[in-house]
Design a protein around this ligand. Structure first.
Ligand SMILES: [Cu+2]
Length: 150
Protein backbone atom coordinates (compact mmCIF):
# COMPACT_ATOMS: atom_id res chain seq x y z
CA UNK A 1 0.00 0.00 0.00
CA UNK A 2 2.76 2.32 0.94
CA UNK A 3 4.93 1.73 -2.13
CA UNK A 4 1.86 2.14 -4.34
CA UNK A 5 1.27 5.64 -3.07
CA UNK A 6 4.86 6.67 -3.64
CA UNK A 7 4.98 5.74 -7.33
CA UNK A 8 2.61 8.44 -8.61
CA UNK A 9 4.63 11.06 -6.75
CA UNK A 10 7.84 9.93 -8.42
CA UNK A 11 6.07 9.99 -11.77
CA UNK A 12 4.68 13.47 -11.21
CA UNK A 13 8.11 14.73 -10.18
CA UNK A 14 9.68 13.27 -13.31
CA UNK A 15 6.94 14.70 -15.49
CA UNK A 16 7.35 18.11 -13.97
CA UNK A 17 11.07 18.03 -14.66
CA UNK A 18 10.48 17.21 -18.30
CA UNK A 19 7.30 19.12 -18.99
CA UNK A 20 6.87 21.78 -16.31
CA UNK A 21 9.39 24.10 -17.86
CA UNK A 22 9.40 25.65 -21.27
CA UNK A 23 11.17 28.61 -22.67
CA UNK A 24 11.13 30.41 -25.97
CA UNK A 25 13.82 33.06 -26.11
CA UNK A 26 12.33 35.98 -24.20
CA UNK A 27 9.52 34.26 -22.31
CA UNK A 28 9.78 31.33 -19.91
CA UNK A 29 6.99 29.31 -18.31
CA UNK A 30 7.76 27.47 -15.08
CA UNK A 31 5.81 25.33 -12.62
CA UNK A 32 2.68 25.17 -14.76
CA UNK A 33 -0.05 23.13 -13.05
CA UNK A 34 -3.80 22.66 -13.11
CA UNK A 35 -5.65 21.90 -9.91
CA UNK A 36 -7.41 18.56 -10.06
CA UNK A 37 -11.17 18.63 -9.52
CA UNK A 38 -13.99 16.10 -8.97
CA UNK A 39 -15.16 14.06 -12.00
CA UNK A 40 -17.37 15.98 -14.46
CA UNK A 41 -16.10 19.35 -13.29
CA UNK A 42 -16.57 22.00 -15.96
CA UNK A 43 -14.13 24.60 -14.64
CA UNK A 44 -10.53 24.12 -13.55
CA UNK A 45 -7.99 26.62 -12.28
CA UNK A 46 -4.42 26.79 -13.51
CA UNK A 47 -1.27 28.41 -12.24
CA UNK A 48 2.20 29.10 -13.57
CA UNK A 49 5.09 31.51 -13.51
CA UNK A 50 5.93 33.70 -16.46
CA UNK A 51 9.45 34.99 -16.65
CA UNK A 52 10.22 37.76 -19.09
CA UNK A 53 13.94 37.53 -19.73
CA UNK A 54 13.92 40.21 -22.43
CA UNK A 55 14.48 43.96 -22.26
CA UNK A 56 10.90 44.67 -23.44
CA UNK A 57 7.49 44.45 -21.89
CA UNK A 58 5.60 41.32 -22.98
CA UNK A 59 1.81 41.14 -23.19
CA UNK A 60 0.03 37.81 -22.86
CA UNK A 61 -3.02 38.15 -25.11
CA UNK A 62 -4.78 34.82 -24.99
CA UNK A 63 -4.34 31.19 -24.16
CA UNK A 64 -5.72 28.02 -25.69
CA UNK A 65 -5.52 24.30 -25.05
CA UNK A 66 -6.48 21.13 -26.86
CA UNK A 67 -7.98 19.91 -23.58
CA UNK A 68 -10.41 22.80 -22.94
CA UNK A 69 -12.81 24.83 -25.06
CA UNK A 70 -11.82 28.10 -23.43
CA UNK A 71 -9.17 29.61 -21.18
CA UNK A 72 -9.57 32.97 -19.47
CA UNK A 73 -7.07 34.93 -17.41
CA UNK A 74 -8.60 36.05 -14.12
CA UNK A 75 -7.55 38.22 -11.23
CA UNK A 76 -8.72 37.49 -7.69
CA UNK A 77 -9.39 40.22 -5.18
CA UNK A 78 -11.35 40.93 -2.03
CA UNK A 79 -14.43 43.16 -2.41
CA UNK A 80 -16.52 44.06 0.63
CA UNK A 81 -14.85 41.24 2.48
CA UNK A 82 -15.78 38.68 -0.15
CA UNK A 83 -13.25 36.93 -2.35
CA UNK A 84 -14.20 37.43 -5.96
CA UNK A 85 -12.61 37.30 -9.41
CA UNK A 86 -12.72 39.09 -12.72
CA UNK A 87 -11.70 38.24 -16.27
CA UNK A 88 -8.86 40.38 -17.59
CA UNK A 89 -8.09 40.92 -21.26
CA UNK A 90 -4.34 40.60 -21.08
CA UNK A 91 -1.41 40.28 -18.77
CA UNK A 92 1.55 42.63 -18.99
CA UNK A 93 4.92 41.44 -17.79
CA UNK A 94 7.61 44.07 -17.36
CA UNK A 95 11.06 43.56 -18.81
CA UNK A 96 13.32 41.26 -16.83
CA UNK A 97 10.69 40.33 -14.32
CA UNK A 98 8.62 37.42 -13.17
CA UNK A 99 4.85 37.18 -12.80
CA UNK A 100 3.30 34.45 -10.72
CA UNK A 101 -0.18 33.13 -11.34
CA UNK A 102 -0.99 31.54 -8.02
CA UNK A 103 -3.93 30.68 -5.75
CA UNK A 104 -5.53 33.90 -4.46
CA UNK A 105 -4.04 36.01 -7.25
CA UNK A 106 -3.94 35.93 -11.02
CA UNK A 107 -4.94 32.52 -12.35
CA UNK A 108 -6.18 30.69 -15.42
CA UNK A 109 -9.77 29.53 -15.67
CA UNK A 110 -9.85 26.49 -17.90
CA UNK A 111 -13.42 25.85 -19.01
CA UNK A 112 -15.37 23.03 -20.66
CA UNK A 113 -12.86 20.17 -20.71
CA UNK A 114 -12.84 18.13 -23.91
CA UNK A 115 -11.76 15.00 -22.07
CA UNK A 116 -11.31 13.64 -18.55
CA UNK A 117 -8.76 15.68 -16.62
CA UNK A 118 -7.08 13.46 -14.04
CA UNK A 119 -4.22 13.86 -11.61
CA UNK A 120 -0.88 13.27 -13.27
CA UNK A 121 -2.20 14.19 -16.73
CA UNK A 122 -0.47 16.79 -18.81
CA UNK A 123 -2.56 19.62 -20.21
CA UNK A 124 -1.29 21.51 -23.22
CA UNK A 125 -1.16 25.29 -22.95
CA UNK A 126 -0.75 27.50 -26.00
CA UNK A 127 0.22 31.01 -25.03
CA UNK A 128 -0.21 33.89 -27.47
CA UNK A 129 1.88 36.89 -26.58
CA UNK A 130 3.03 40.15 -28.00
CA UNK A 131 6.65 41.17 -28.01
CA UNK A 132 7.69 44.36 -29.82
CA UNK A 133 4.41 44.37 -31.78
CA UNK A 134 4.90 40.82 -32.99
CA UNK A 135 2.53 38.03 -32.02
CA UNK A 136 4.34 34.91 -30.90
CA UNK A 137 3.21 31.52 -29.68
CA UNK A 138 4.66 29.49 -26.85
CA UNK A 139 3.58 25.95 -26.04
CA UNK A 140 3.91 24.50 -22.59
CA UNK A 141 2.47 21.62 -20.61
CA UNK A 142 0.79 21.94 -17.24
CA UNK A 143 0.66 18.92 -14.97
CA UNK A 144 -2.60 18.16 -13.14
CA UNK A 145 -1.92 18.16 -9.40
CA UNK A 146 -3.99 18.34 -6.25
CA UNK A 147 -1.90 20.86 -4.38
CA UNK A 148 0.53 22.25 -6.89
CA UNK A 149 4.26 22.50 -6.51
CA UNK A 150 4.37 24.03 -3.05
CU1 LIG B 1 -11.23 32.66 -11.96
Amino acid sequence: MRSKSIKPLVLITLLSIFFGQKSFAELEVNNAWVRSAPPNSKVFSGYLRFKNVSANEITINKMKSNAFDQIEIHSSFIEDGISTMRKIDNLRISENSEMKLEPGGYHLMLMSPKKDIKEGNLVELIIYYEDEDRIKILRSDAVVLRNGYE
